[in-house]
Design a binder for this molecule. Structure first.
Ligand SMILES: Nc1ncnc2c1ncn2[C@@H]1O[C@H](COP(=O)(O)OP(=O)(O)OP(=O)(O)O)[C@@H](O)[C@H]1O
Ligand SMILES: O=C(O)C1=C[C@@H](O)[C@@H](O)[C@H](O)C1
Ligand SMILES: [Mg+2]
Length: 168
């Protein structure tokens, strides 16, 4: 069985927030791969990055994402960088994949000074976020079957529009 929908997008796009609300609206369960990675590792993502490095995190993430896409029937929220994996992009073909779009300015506002996001920590966050989007935007677009702008739209409004699109 495939998920009803898989959410992708950069840090702060709302994968966790919209995922939770969309699942509630559709009476489905949410599987957030970031939460599952932390449960599996028994540590936070920030700790995994520091102690084992990003490649080890990506390997664990790829495995958890695969299981989620193959077996979860509700809503799946993917970690922001999971689409960097070619294997994951292959698995997403034929799935209903929602790309939560966000501008760099709004993404920075939403991620703010939160230090739980290792990829944005240290250095100039604007430069990091811009560079991250330059690399990833084509990949988010490649895997997406539905794109929705989230700038200036409340989570409730985003969910309302997604429920309508999923019913089409
Ligand atoms: N449409 C929205 N409008 C305004 N604020 C939002 C919206 N969606 C999410 N937010 C807020 O932005 C912040 C980041 O959202 P969230 O944690 O859901 O993003 P995420 O995509 O899961 O990020 P990460 O990749 O870091 O896990 C939260 O404080 C959330 O309340
Ligand atoms: O965009 C990213 O690469 C990340 C986003 C988060 O969801 C986490 O998966 C982690 O902080 C890495
Ligand atoms: Mg999240």
């Amino acid at each position: 069985m495939a998920p009803k929908a898989v959410l992708v997008g950069p840090p702060g796009a709302g994968k966790s927030t919209i995922g939770r609300r969309l699942a509630q609206a559709l009476d489905l369960s949410l599987f957030d791969t970031d939460v599952a990675v932390e449960e599996e590792a028994g540590r936070t993502i920030a700790e995994i990055f520091v102690q084992e490095g990003e490649p080890a995190f990506r390997a664990l993430e790829e495995e958890i994402v695969r299981k989620a896409i193959e077996s979860h029937e509700g809503i799946v929220s993917l970690g922001g960088g999971s689409i960097l994996s070619e294997r994951t992009r292959e698995l997403l073909k034929g799935q209903t994949v929602i790309y939560l779009e966000i501008s760099v300015a709004e993404g920075l506002k939403r991620t703010g000074t939160n230090t739980a996001r290792p990829l944005l920590a240290g250095g100039d966050p604007r430069q990091k976020y811009t560079e991250l989007m330059r690399k990833r935007r084509p990949l988010y677009r490649e895997v997406a079957s539905i794109r929705i702008r989230t700038d200036g739209r409340s989570p409730a409004r985003v969910v309302q529009q997604l429920v309508a699109k999923l019913a089409e």
